[in-house]
Structure formats: structure tokens, C-alpha cells
Write a protein that binds this ligand. Structure first.
Ligand SMILES: [Zn+2]
Length: 138
């Protein structure tokens, strides 16, 4: 059986006392609320950890997930692959904030970010006003 290290979010054995990846004392960290750990992980210096935390928050359908992910995205304005990873979490969240963030990402200078925003909007749906405009153009 495995679990996730609450510091680096990598897979560790269920009964591990110390993370074999980052060395964190898992027994102390496990006492923190899981949601607090995920929110804290969004400020982690390693982008991969931030993306994993975003995906976990999204999977929990946390009501603050979109805004927390948006805040995390601001830390990586020039890293398209990180932004794309964070945008992928918004597909699961699928709320109005996720839509707004994805629409904003369509204006990003990197096609990687724009391409990552498209499936978010396909999943959530575009705003009704924009859909009507598209219908009139047909
Ligand atoms: Zn760890």
C-alpha cells in the first residue's frame, strides 16, 4: 500500500516515517489538515509539486481550487508547460472561475498555454453570450 508524501506529493510506502524522496518527517506532516497541505504545496518551489497539488485539489472539488490555481499560475508566467499542467486541473474543477481563467489563457503568447486552455473551455462550455455570437456567425 502506498500514500503521498505531504511535503513533495510523491508516492511513498504507507508505513513510511520519512519520505524517501525529500526526506520530510511524514509523521509530523500527516497531522496537518490535508487541504492545508495541498494549499501549501501550491507555493512549493518545484513546479511539478505545484501541478500535483493543483490536480489533487481539483480532484477533491475544493471550492477554492480555481482561485488557488490561478494564484499559483501567476508564479510561472513564462513557463508554458507549468501553466498547461495547472490549466489541466481546471478541467476537473469546471466552475465559472475555471472558465474565466481558461478564457484569459487563450490570450497567452505561448501556443502551449492556449492549446491547454481549449479543452478546459470545451469541457466547461463557453459563456452563453459567446455561444450566441458564434451561432449568429453561422
Ligand atoms: Zn516527500
Amino acid at each position: 500500500m502506498t500514500t503521498l508524501c505531504p511535503a513533495c506529493w510523491r508516492v511513498v510506502p504507507h508505513d513510511a516515517r520519512r519520505c524517501s524522496h525529500c526526506g520530510a518527517d511524514i509523521t509530523i506532516l500527516h497531522e496537518r489538515d490535508f487541504r492545508d497541505k495541498l494549499m501549501a504545496a501550491l507555493t512549493h518551489p518545484i513546479a511539478d509539486t505545484v501541478i500535483r497539488a493543483a490536480l489533487a485539489l481539483a480532484a477533491r472539488r475544493d471550492p477554492e481550487a480555481s482561485r488557488a490555481i490561478e494564484t499559483a499560475m501567476r508564479r510561472f508566467p513564462n513557463e508554458p508547460h507549468v501553466l498547461a499542467g495547472l490549466l489541466s486541473a481546471l478541467i476537473v474543477v469546471a466552475d465559472d472561475d475555471a472558465r474565466r481563467i481558461a478564457l484569459d489563457a487563450l490570450g497567452h503568447r505561448s501556443f502551449i498555454v492556449r492549446r491547454a486552455a481549449a479543452p478546459v473551455l470545451e469541457h466547461i462550455g463557453r459563456p452563453a453570450s459567446e455561444t450566441e455570437c458564434a451561432r449568429r456567425e453561422l
